[in-house]
Design a protein around this ligand. Structure first.
Ligand code: CMP
Length: 140
């Protein structure tokens, strides 16, 4: 087992409903440490760049509009097998398919407004962290 970092976003549906603390509690009680965190209002350019891999998908426009609709909290989470562990804590992308006790089962409104984003691989975690944070902003 190795200590890893993963990138996380608390999405607009979560910040709007004041769920920042409740979601952070899920990370912390499951052994992930928040080593960087900031609340930002993403620009359209930032959101389009971040989700560029999805730009051919039919939901791309809706996804970008949603992500810039209200503030988000971007985070770096650290812990053993952080990428995989965070995916377990978040639950399935579609809240209807998410396991009991997961963030998306408890808080998500729909597949689009699904409260959180988490990196899907170590490689993408590194890219996504660097997209929003300078190395000196990570304090372990
Ligand atoms: P996320 O982990 O942020 O990565 C891409 C996002 O696209 C995903 O979470 C969902 O919120 C969103 N998404 C995936 N499928 C759909 C869909 N069918 N309709 C709207 N949004 C979607």
């Amino acid at each position: 087992m190795t200590t890893q970092q993963t990138f996380s976003i608390l999405k607009p549906d979560a910040t709007r409903r004041n769920l920042t603390g409740a979601i952070n509690q899920k990370f912390e009680e499951n052994g992930l440490r928040i080593v960087a965190q900031k609340r930002i209002h993403m620009t359209r350019e930032q959101a389009e760049g971040f989700y560029a891999v999805h730009k051919e998908r039919p939901f791309f426009g809706e996804l970008v509009d949603f992500m810039i609709s209200e503030p988000v909290v971007v985070q770096v989470l650290e812990g053993e097998n952080a990428v995989l562990k965070n995916r377990e804590i978040m639950g399935a992308t579609n809240p209807e398919e998410a396991d009991a006790g997961t963030i998306r089962k408890e808080f998500a409104l729909s597949i689009g407004e699904n409260s959180v984003h988490g990196s899907d691989s170590d490689e993408n975690a590194e890219i996504e962290i660097a997209y929003f944070f300078k190395p000196e902003e990570l304090v372990g």
